[in-house]
Design a protein. Structure first.
Lengths: 98, 170
């Protein structure tokens, strides 16, 4: 694992608008937010990562992606137009592929 | 008015049946357990699209692709329909191109892999336009998954198509 992982930031986007952005180190206890009302997309933000825990879409690709914990990872719910990404402010890695 | 092209009832019937087969295979695939890669699918319906493209060229490919996408719209919504259409259309065009380019060299497995990879790339392209760069995270997973699922559909068709082509009903 490369350095710079301590400055992870979680970015939740609905369409192209950022609806939530917070540094993981500022998350002391898990927060659950509703990113989309129509599909009831629930995003759980934790101090060590983020996860789409609930969605009423058909494909459930977002929920099946599981918890993301590294810079460059993302969970996307296409029908709801919601994306959850982890970005490292000074990460040396562009995209994690494993 | 006399049409220049002769109406080919057999071609019409067989493309219709292959289009119906995409619906059945899509439905069957929906009942299978999900693959470990999020968003990846076996691509059973692509068997019928590949067969139609192989037997009847681009007209067979376009017909089956439209029926498959229409079924996705009515059963799983407009987003799934768009994903089906963008993936299938690119996949079909690529398979059609490489079938005419050099089928003997690539073989059915090669065509299947090209079809599966371009299917996923078409979908991701549409998803990227619809959403944002976050979808690109799925690219490496879906390419690797497509190599395996494409090889699977290619192997199935390498067994089925020679039989279909030899059949007296052709």
């Amino acid at each position: 694992m490369s350095g710079g992982e301590e400055n992870l930031r979680v970015v939740v986007r609905k369409d192209s608008d950022i609806i939530y952005s917070k540094s993981l180190s500022d998350i002391k206890s898990p927060i659950e937010i509703c990113a989309d009302e129509e599909y009831n997309v629930k995003v759980l933000l934790m101090s060590d990562g983020a996860e789409i825990v609930h969605s009423e879409c058909v494909d459930r690709i977002c929920v099946n992606t599981g918890k993301i914990t590294h810079s460059g990872q993302a969970a996307v719910c296409l029908p709801a137009h919601v994306s959850v990404e982890l970005r490292g402010d000074n990460s040396e890695i562009d995209v994690m592929v494993g | 008015m006399i049409s220049k092209k002769k109406f080919n009832a057999k071609k019409f019937a067989q493309i219709s049946m292959l289009s119906a087969l995409t619906v059945v295979l899509s439905f069957l695939e929906g009942m299978l357990p999900e693959l470990p890669v999020p968003g990846a699918k076996l691509g059973l319906a692509n068997l019928a699209v590949m067969t139609a493209t192989d037997l009847y060229g681009i007209s067979g490919g376009i017909s089956t692709t439209f029926v498959k996408a229409f079924f996705a719209v009515i059963t799983r919504g407009p987003v799934a329909g768009l994903m089906s259409f963008s993936g299938s259309m690119l996949s079909m065009l690529m398979m059609w191109f490489f079938m005419n380019y050099d089928k003997n060299k690539l073989g059915y497995v090669g065509i299947g892999v090209i079809g599966a990879v371009s299917h996923n790339m078409g979908q991701l392209g549409a998803a990227f336009l619809m959403m944002n760069s976050a979808v690109l995270f799925y690219v490496p997973f879906l390419i690797i998954a497509a190599v395996f699922t494409g090889a699977f559909t290619g192997i199935v068709n390498s067994l089925l198509l020679p039989i279909i082509k030899k059949s007296e009903y052709r």
